[in-house]
Ligand binder design. Sequence first.
Ligand SMILES: [Zn+2]
Length: 127
Amino acid sequence: MTDFNACPCGSLKQFFACCEPCILEKELANSAEQLMRSRYSAYVVGAIDYLVDTTHLSTRANYKREDIENWSKSTKWLALEIVHSTATTVEFKAFFVGENNTKETHYEKSNFVFENGKWYYVDGSFY
Ligand SMILES: [Zn+2]
């Protein structure tokens, strides 16, 4: 990240005007894609509570807080690419440097649900 204030999600907006208000839970994501972007940024900045809180209750138990935290912190996140999004799904690639210092890609199609006025991450298929 050359510009410290640039949002990690790659929107070209500044962090404070993009994902940060969602991560601080001052604003709600207004779409599945916005939630996905803010969750990626939360991985980058280590906002573990936000990642747990925005996972739907039906699947939250599948994502251990400890695992989320380890993955967030042991990974050097490089970039996010949104491949395709619909109202309730987002297909994306997250580029990162993994444990062996090699560039890796996490390619996922995530499912989201809108419930009680909030978007939640449910689960994903991996490629
Ligand atoms: Zn952002």
